[in-house]
Design a protein around this ligand. Sequence first.
Ligand code: FES
Length: 109
Amino acid sequence: MSEWIEIGQVEDVPLQGSRIVETAFGNIAVFRTVEDEFFAVRDRCPHKGGPLSQGIVHGKHVACPLHNWVISLETGEAVAPDTGCTRTYAVKVEAGRVYLGRPSEAAGD
Ligand code: FES
């Protein structure tokens, strides 16, 4: 089985937006920054489970739509003074197509 799941073309993920990928281990939000970098994090805020995919992307961070915690897309960590972490996943772009690293275990709550 491949280590990577193809999720579509680069253009399928809106700039400064995200696309949700449903997996057996929960929804994963694949983000595209204004710099055209891609990041993948679990679509669940470490605060109270808000849908990070609906948040506002700025730089390499996303602001949770529920209570505005700011989460690093690189590490999944909440920016201080908030504390908490959501799981991150590998993502890569090859020949204009986006691939998500296949999740191998359930993300704990
Ligand atoms: S659920 Fe994300 S900030 Fe509260």
